[in-house]
Design a protein around this ligand. Structure first.
Ligand SMILES: Nc1ncnc2c1ncn2[C@@H]1O[C@H](COP(=O)(O)OP(=O)(O)OP(=O)(O)O)[C@@H](O)[C@H]1O
Length: 641
């Protein structure tokens, strides 16, 4: 810690983000106040949570509040709270130097979309710019903060948003944070953020339901009592009212989840969502229910319209805030919804919970387990009941996460299976449900066929599907890595088994036994040439036009799974695959003729390798020795031409 004033550079990503905010949100200025009030409210939430186990921490400052002071002459606006505050180190960590994890990736995505000219405030909103939004309205921001606790010292942070900030120790009488904005000059037709009615309006619109009073000193006309009135020469009062300064509460503080559904407007639902989620986009939909009976609770849950940028990051927060009789207990309540529903935001108010509940106790709590079970049920029902178009939008954003549930939530596996959608060989790029797939199955088709891989067009053209296409059987095209786990977990749907198009025996057309026998010695020979690379060479029942493909046994790992494990740096067990050859292809009968003429021909060895390479390429795999492959093709072409 240090007493002197230090100047630091903003982390590059933070400065980039700041410039982006200032440049793209100038027409959306009001939201800076919402963000700062949300931060103040979060800081009080945190303190309140801490005070449940450490009541001393509040001292005699027990009335939580947020205060706004506007000075129209100096053109400054102050937002103060008596929340948890920050230590010097926390200010260093939270503001300016360390960018949130994922910022760089997010900025890269933004830059990409900027190129496509689709940069919108909504896109930035997804990231949640929080504190930095102050610079939309201010050309200098000063933050003075003191952490809760008797020993704490105060810290002052200041910046003009131009690449650097100063930080120093200071003094502050009480705990909490004050943010002082030196407002930018406004044009005559622009809003002045020191104007009482401008502030009132913004707070009413965005922060009405904040649980703590947002207070401001306002000037009011008060009637002058008769005996205090000054009279003029005609005995008439000079004035009947006088200006007084009184403290006014600008928000209603009504917990909207506790209200009757009919009393809440659509806009109120939306604004509350934005307050708790820090997302600027409207939610896709919400569910507001009061459950009575043995497990009593109220829930107001929202489904975002866009996936958050950090959906797949380890340190992302969950979206549920837990309350007990409208008193905030905790945010980021992971215990109430499983991981695969981590994108759901909202509030759960459980009146029977113990207010002093800790996270550790929550995990064991029977009531919490019951609530969780109910929430999952309601949320899955909400998904299932969505209109087709809304559901497709939802699935495009969150389908990948929902799939995680197929192998983690055994209890709801069937319901999750109902929610899955896939493109297929027949769907023309549209998503199809498993139910639709089954309805459209051919009369003689017994199983649900699928193939996994990372590239849709490689999959759709895969040689593994030739016979299936010939039979006019539909095949699910699974291109998410998580689909590998889905297929492991879901072995069947509505009594129809899942069957990989690249594994096991497809049991379509049996290869003629005589023909099989004709090829046995040649196949043994090819196998001996490729001994260390494959486990078997066999006639294929999958292929129609292609010469070769690779397959696995029913319980072998798929090629895609092996690729995923390798890409994530994990040790994939070495699984040799089966080289399947099309005995009806003219190339094979020619190789066979050559083999019967001269078993020692060097070219037969080359052809064995070539057949394997062709099989690898056709499924989008990587050759071990691509230059040898192209040399062999070159030789073949020069002979053929
Ligand atoms: N009034 C405050 N009191 C205490 N800590 C604060 C306050 N304002 C900001 N902070 C701290 O600074 C951090 C960064 O704030 P910022 O508003 O940039 O992001 P955030 O609130 O974490 O998330 P979001 O970007 O979604 O708003 C907060 O997480 C909090 O720890």
């Amino acid at each position: 810690m240090t007493a002197k004033k230090e100047t630091h550079e903003f982390k590059t990503e933070v400065q980039q983000l700041l410039n982006l905010i200032i440049n793209s949100l100038y027409s959306n200025k009001d939201i800076f106040l919402r963000e700062l009030i949300s931060n103040a409210s979060d800081a009080i939430d945190k303190l309140r949570f801490k005070s449940q186990t450490d009541p001393e921490i509040l001292g005699d400052d027990t009335e939580f509040k947020i205060r706004i002071v506007a000075d129209s002459e100096k053109q400054t606006l102050e937002i103060s709270d008596n929340g948890i505050g920050m230590t010097y180190d926390e200010v260093m960590e939270n503001i300016g130097t360390i960018a949130k994890s994922g910022t760089a990736a997010f900025l890269e995505a933004l830059e990409q979309s900027q190129k496509q000219e689709t940069l919108t405030p909504e896109l930035i909103g997804q990231f949640g710019v929080g504190f930095y939004s102050a610079f939309i309205a201010a050309d200098k921001v000063t933050l003075i903060t003191r952490a809760a606790g008797p020993e704490a010292t105060a810290t002052q942070w200041e910046s003009a948003g131009d690449g650097s900030f100063t930080i120093e120790e200071t003094t502050k009488d009480s705990r909490g944070t004050t943010v002082i904005l030196n407002l930018k000059k406004t044009e005559p037709d622009e809003k002045n953020f020191t104007d009482e009615w401008v502030i009132r309006n913004i707070i009413k619109t965005y922060s009405d339901f904040v649980e703590y009073p947002v207070l401001m000193d306002v000037e009011k006309d008060e009637p002058i009592p008769e005996k205090e009135q000054v009279l003029d020469k005609d005995n008439n009062p000079v004035a009947t009212t006088r200006k007084v300064i009184t403290e006014d509460t600008l928000n209603s503080m009504k917990a909207i989840w506790a209200k009757d559904k009919k009393e809440v407007t659509d806009d109120e639902y939306k604004e509350f969502y934005k307050h708790i989620s820090h997302d600027w986009n409207d939610p896709l939909t919400h569910i507001h229910l009061k459950l009575e009976g043995t497990t009593e609770y109220t829930m107001l849950l929202y489904i975002p319209s866009k996936a958050p940028f950090d959906m797949f990051q380890q340190d992302r927060k969950h979206g549920i805030h837990l309350y007990c009789k409208r008193v905030f207990i905790m945010d980021d309540c992971k215990e109430l919804l499983p991981e695969y529903l981590r994108f759901v935001k909202g509030v759960v108010d459980a009146p029977d919970l113990n207010l002093n509940v800790s996270r550790e106790i929550l995990q064991q709590d029977r009531l919490v387990k019951n609530i969780r079970k109910n929430l999952v049920k309601k949320v899955l029902e909400l998904f299932a009941g969505m209109e087709k178009e809304t559901y497709e939008n939802f699935y495009n954003e969150f389908g990948q996460v929902i799939k995680e549930g197929a192998h983690t939530d055994w209890e709801n596996k069937d319901k999750i299976a109902d929610l899955l959608r896939y493109k297929t060989t027949k769907s023309d790029d549209k998503l199809v449900s498993l139910q639709d797939y089954i309805t459209n199955m051919k009369a003689d088709q017994k199983e649900i066929y699928y193939i996994t891989g990372d590239n849709l067009s490689t999959l759709i053209n895969s040689p593994h599907l030739e016979q299936l296409k010939e039979k006019d059987y539909e095949v699910l095209l699974m291109t998410d890595p998580v689909d590998e786990w889905v297929t492991m977990a879901l072995t069947e749907y509505k009594e129809k088994k899942f069957k990989s198009a690249e594994k096991g025996d497809l049991e379509l057309d049996k290869v003629d036994d005589d023909k099989k026998d004709e090829y046995t010695t040649l196949f043994d020979y090819i196998k001996s040439n490729l001994e260390d690379k494959i486990k078997e060479v066999k006639p294929s029942s999958r292929l129609k036009d292609s010469v070769a493909c690779l397959s696995g046994d029913d319980y072998d790992m798929s090629a895609y799974m092996e690729k995923i494990l390798k890409a994530s740096g994990q040790q994939a067990p070495e699984v040799k695959r089966v080289l399947e050859l099309n005995v009806n292809h003219p190339v094979l009968s020619k190789i066979k003729a050559l083999f019967e003429k001269d078993k020692d021909s060097q070219v037969l060895k080359d052809y064995s390798n070539l057949l394997l390479d062709m099989a690898i390429i056709s499924e989008g795999g990587k050759l071990e020795n691509p230059s040898q492959f192209s040399k062999m093709i070159g030789d073949l072409m020069s002979h053929a031409l």
